[in-house]
Design a protein around this ligand. Structure first.
Ligand code: HSE
Length: 299
């Protein structure tokens, strides 16, 4: 028995919500075909689209780890074979590792008759994030598994909530052909935050939630700021502040680093604006002679 499943790219942090906000986009998405086997254990038979860079060994591969954890948790007598179609770029800040494990978990759960809810699958996907980058954050895996805009209210115990979003909210993703390792972009962050910055940040986090729920685009716009990670991580992304300025000039509500970067995201109220914003952002990367891809999605 085989099942094909896919899981989308995600934007983690959404500027102010480091490790606690994330939303899913429409595309790109990773795809898997998972086959149940009588032989226990997990085999990754093939990975297509990674240029041979991802490990085939299940215990070192994010989708392999997630499926191994699942099989252990449900006491399965089966094993699994996985074919992974890696459509998301590696080290992009678009939740690449999370999408592979989310897709694999949906498939293996389905193959067992869905004993677990999507939320109950989260810890397995988080475990695979730990393998990928040393930290079990949920702000990519949660939206990739659950869809929509997700708040991770707490980690111990895990407490997630989906935030309703306005009918018209569009995301532009511009992915420069550069790679950043999440592990490295986490290491550069400071371990403490001055109280003044903490006040700014939690004001913006609350503002974002209210802005999305009302909806109030002005409030979303004012809340799309980050005084914790962006000032440090932006140094790793060529032209970041110029690109951000151009995105806002082209009509975006705001713009920031997608996850740990180098992909940059912008939010807009219309699809056509989101497209124009993408062109304006890409033009800046062109000027820096950096190739980039643009994706526009409804949130
Ligand atoms: N919240 C994580 C980080 C997301 O910013 O490190 C990684 O994509």
């Amino acid at each position: 028995k085989s099942i094909k499943a896919s899981a989308p790219a995600t934007v983690a942090n959404v500027s102010c919500g480091f490790d606690i906000f994330g939303f899913a986009v429409e595309a790109p998405a990773d795809e898997v075909i998972v086959t149940l086997t009588d032989k226990p254990g997990v085999t990754i038979t093939k990975i297509i689209g990674d240029d041979g860079r991802l490990p085939l060994e299940a215990s070192k591969n994010t989708c392999g780890v997630a499926v191994l954890e699942f099989l252990k948790a449900v006491n399965s007598k089966y094993g699994a074979e996985i074919i992974l179609y890696k459509n998301l770029p590696l080290g992009s800040g678009m939740g690449s590792s999370a999408a592979s494990s989310a897709a694999a978990l949906v498939a293996i759960n389905e193959l067992h008759g869905n004993p677990l809810t999507r939320e109950q699958l989260l810890p397995f996907a988080m475990e695979s994030e730990r393998i990928a980058c040393g930290s079990a954050h949920a702000d990519n895996v949660a939206p990739s598994l659950l869809g929509g805009f997700v708040l991770i209210r707490g980690y111990a115990p895990l407490d997630v909530a989906t935030i309703p979003t306005p009918a018209n909210l569009f995301c532009t993703l511009v992915h420069p052909h550069l790679e950043l390792k999440t592990e490295d972009s986490r290491r550069v962050l400071k371990p403490t935050i001055p109280i003044k910055d903490a006040i700014t940040q939690w004001g913006n986090i609350a503002g974002m939630v209210v802005g999305l729920m009302k909806p109030d685009y002005g409030l979303i716009q004012r809340s799309l700021n980050d005084v914790v990670a962006e000032p440090i991580r932006s140094v790793l992304i060529p032209g970041f502040y110029t690109i951000k300025e151009e995105a806002i000039k082209a009509g975006a509500l705001g713009c920031g680093i997608s996850g740990s970067g180098p992909t940059i995201f912008a939010l807009s109220t219309e699809r056509t604006i989101a497209q124009t914003v993408g062109e304006a952002m890409q033009k800046q990367f062109d000027l820096l002679q950096l190739k980039s891809d643009v994706f526009v999605s409804k949130i």
